[in-house]
Design a protein around this ligand. Sequence first.
Ligand SMILES: [Zn+2]
Length: 270
Amino acid sequence: MRKRHALVTAYLLLLTVWADAQTVRLKYPPTGFVTERLSVSDLEIWKTIERIVFAEDKEGQSFHPTLRNLWQWVETSGHTVFIEFIKVRGVSNCTAGLFTIERFDPLGEHHIAVIKLNLTNINLAYVGPETRKPSGFVPFIGLAKQERYAEVLGHELAHAVHILTSLERVRLVEELVQQTNQMLLSKHSKRQKAHQITHAELSRRVAKRDELLRRLEEQAEQMEQVIWQELVKGKRLNSKLPSLAENKSDKREFGFAIRKIPSPDQTGKK
Ligand SMILES: [Zn+2]
């Protein structure tokens, strides 16, 4: 009888330990990139992007050092960055890519963030004079499909590294950008009352948010231009890169073709 009691106790103890481990796992996902939100086919695309990021010449020199450094920083940062792919055309808050904070750690040790890439919008992006930046840079020009994904990933990684390296910036993004967006979303719902914010206060918040977003975009766009230059240069240096970057069935997508779609307003904003 006593023996059976001991066995039951041990079993219950084991269950408690297992449950605790699951809770910890839920509370603290692994650090670096977490791809568990990707489907099997998405994972293949992600691996192709990874191969582009780490492509190097015969001497082991990276073709895309900026992109690779940003990637490696995230992997070793101690923060979690979930990867998600969106395949819906024209989702307003994710034109090509999006970086958001899912959980802010006040100690700055383990933030949880997410990078979303809208593959459909990237595929359909208009590339031409209308999307030329003041610096002369035209996003995506000269790049194949998966290389464009890598460019957008680079833009979002630039946001990730710039924001996650400063606790103050993470706090600002969480409080000023994301909370303001939530307030705007719930403007006409009951939840607005919970915020207890006046119209004037909300307008001030939106103005501050837009100024912060402008500064963040400026930084990410500069990095994206450098990444685009490396992608184009790497492609020129390694004529084998197309077979690395593209599936055989996608060959017609490769090259310097410019794809036009009727609505240029789908592009440019990341
Ligand atoms: Zn951006």
